[in-house]
Each structure stands twice: as structure tokens, then as C-alpha cells.
Design a protein around this ligand. Structure first.
Ligand SMILES: [Zn+2]
Length: 321
């Protein structure tokens, strides 16, 4: 019976193909014509001249893109103790498949734990991250997480500014680009103009995983804590409450949160303190918060030691220090 059905399906498909082959042929020819047109356009003087004319803007976008990528690389504290490597051999007589243990790779942000720990971590994620990933609630840790938050928030801001700026550049040349290229070749157009791809994912945020797998490997549960901007802000507050500040410091110490970043930008009138560039002139300008005396040289997170800089000045300041 099933053989008969298959034969019937094959006969119908063949009949359809032979009935419609002129349609397929026409489609194939149209596709080939389109590809030749597209290729010719990207090699034409008209396109190349336009590309040359806006090249400075595109390069600036790509510079910002690279800067954002480097902001994302801010080191994450892998606080867990490295106990070394040991091979695991399951010598049990029982036919349990403990693949999760055999395939275990070194992953600093995964903690294999009991079901209770996993369940409790869901209720009090910050407490459990500190406890099981060896993150000490002290001034040093707080500074590191504030730095991560500061850089990651600049990276997230930067991505949006960059996307807007790219769209602005594309809009400025829209009238010169043929309709079909605009509609059917959007991605290739950006590539051919020289835009580097903007990575809009948030995969770089630190992720802490509590994982429980039963000894038989059949039951498992997992608690993921992603340190996104919101959680980083809350974690900074959480750490600061755990730390008993030195009295002389407590008066001036501010917490480097999103709120403070916004406050400093407003105080400085959304203007770079070095070159004077502002969002009035450049609406998509990425502004960052900088420690005037760097933390590495004893600078503190106090309002007096913070200033607004544009990403270009901040980057060249960073290169000098
Ligand atoms: Zn500047």
C-alpha cells in the first residue's frame, strides 16, 4: 500500500515538473539576468564614485564598530578556584550513562551542583553567584563590576548609535541607488560600500549557570543568571550593600550605575570635555564616562573625578595611559 502511495507521489511530481518546466526555465533566466545586473552595478563608476565620496563616514562607522567590540572584551572575573584537571572514569557495574560527567569541559561559569543548590540559586541568584563562583564582596570586586557595567552600557549605547548612523548614511545616498538594488540587494549593498557587520547580539554578557544533572543522567535542571545591564546595575548595588565602606571614603564614593552615568552626561551638557563635540552637532555621537584620574592610579568614583568624553577622545586617552 505504502509503495503504491510513493509511486503515485513520484508520478505527480514528475507530471508537475514536466508541465511547469517553462516556468522554471523563465525563473532561472530571470535570476541569471538579475545576477549579471547586480554584478555590473557594483563594478560601475557610478557606484564606485559614490562609495569613494562617503568613504570617510563609513570608515568612522567601522572605527566605532571596532571600539564597541573592544568594549565588549572587558575582562570578566572568573572567580572560581581552578582545582586542576583530572580524568573521569565511570567504573560502575550499573549501566548508567553519565555522559554529562565524561563530556565535561572546562567552563568557568558553569557550576555543577545539587538540585537544592540549583533551586535556591533561582531564588537568590546574587547570593549564590558570590558563594559558588568565589566572588568576594569587596571594594576590588565592586570596581571591576562597575567597570564592566560602564563599558558594556557604552557598548550597548554605541550599537544603537552606530545602527542609526549607518541608516543615516544609507538614507543620504538612497536617491542614487537603483530601486531593485535597494530592495533585493540590501545586505550586499552594505557590504560592497564597506560597512563592517554590526553584531547586535548580547551574547557577551557574563552568564552564570547552576546545573544539576541526576546521577542517572535522566533528570536535569538549570538556573541561568545573565549579567545584562539591568542585572549588572542591581549587582553593583547588591555588592555595595554587602561591603562595609571605610568611613573616610563613604562620604564621596559614588556607585558607577546607569543612573550616575546619565547624571554625569546631563551635568556636562552631553558634551565631550576634551574636544567639545556634543550630541547637538552629532545626534549619534557615543558619549562615555571617564575617570579623570584612572582607577589604576588611585582615582576614585566620585562625581568630581568623572567626566563625559566622546568615544574618540576616550579611546585616544586610553591609548596614552
Ligand atoms: Zn571628544
Amino acid at each position: 500500500m505504502s509503495c503504491f502511495i510513493w509511486a503515485l507521489i513520484i508520478i505527480i511530481v514528475i507530471a508537475l515538473l514536466s508541465a511547469c518546466w517553462p516556468l522554471f526555465a523563465v525563473l532561472a533566466i530571470l535570476f541569471a539576468i538579475w545576477k549579471i545586473y547586480e554584478m555590473t552595478y557594483y563594478k560601475s563608476d557610478k557606484f564606485l564614485n559614490m562609495k569613494l565620496r562617503i568613504d570617510t563616514y563609513i570608515q568612522e562607522c567601522n572605527d566605532l564598530n571596532q571600539h564597541i567590540e573592544s568594549l565588549k572584551d572587558t575582562s570578566i572575573i572568573a572567580g572560581r578556584v581552578d582545582y586542576g584537571d583530572a580524568s573521569y572514569k565511570d567504573a560502575s557495574k550499573w549501566n548508567y550513562k553519565r555522559e554529562h560527567l565524561q563530556n565535561q569541559k572546562y567552563a568557568p561559569n558553569v557550576y555543577n551542583c545539587s538540585r537544592t543548590v540549583c533551586d535556591n540559586a533561582k531564588k537568590k541568584p546574587f547570593e549564590y553567584i558570590c558563594k559558588y563562583f568565589g566572588i568576594k564582596a569587596d571594594e576590588d570586586t565592586l570596581v571591576k563590576f562597575e567597570n564592566i557595567l560602564n563599558n558594556f552600557e557604552a557598548a550597548e549605547d554605541g550599537k544603537n548609535h552606530l545602527r542609526d548612523e549607518k541608516n543615516k548614511i544609507l538614507a543620504s545616498i538612497q536617491m542614487e541607488i537603483p530601486f531593485l538594488i535597494q530592495k533585493l540587494s540590501k545586505k550586499k549593498l552594505e557590504q560592497k560600500l564597506g560597512f563592517e557587520e554590526i553584531d547586535m547580539s548580547t551574547a557577551y554578557f557574563p552568564r552564570y549557570i547552576f546545573k544539576y544533572v541526576s546521577s542517572g543522567g535522566n533528570a536535569s535542571t538549570q538556573c541561568d543568571v545573565v549579567m545584562d545591564i539591568d542585572n549588572l546595575n542591581r549587582f553593583v548595588l547588591f555588592l555595595s550593600e554587602k561591603i562595609k565602606f571605610n568611613k573616610s571614603v563613604a562620604g564621596q564614593r559614588a556607585l558607577m550605575t546607569s543612573k550616575l552615568r546619565q547624571h554625569i552626561k546631563e551635568r556636562d551638557g552631553f558634551t565631550c570635555k576634551i574636544c567639545g563635540a556634543s550630541i547637538q552637532q552629532e545626534p549619534n555621537l557615543l558619549l562615555e564616562i571617564d575617570h579623570i584620574i584612572p582607577i589604576s592610579k588611585g582615582g576614585m568614583t566620585t562625581e568630581e573625578n568623572l567626566q563625559t568624553l566622546c568615544w574618540r577622545c576616550n579611546r585616544s586617552k586610553g591609548a596614552k595611559i
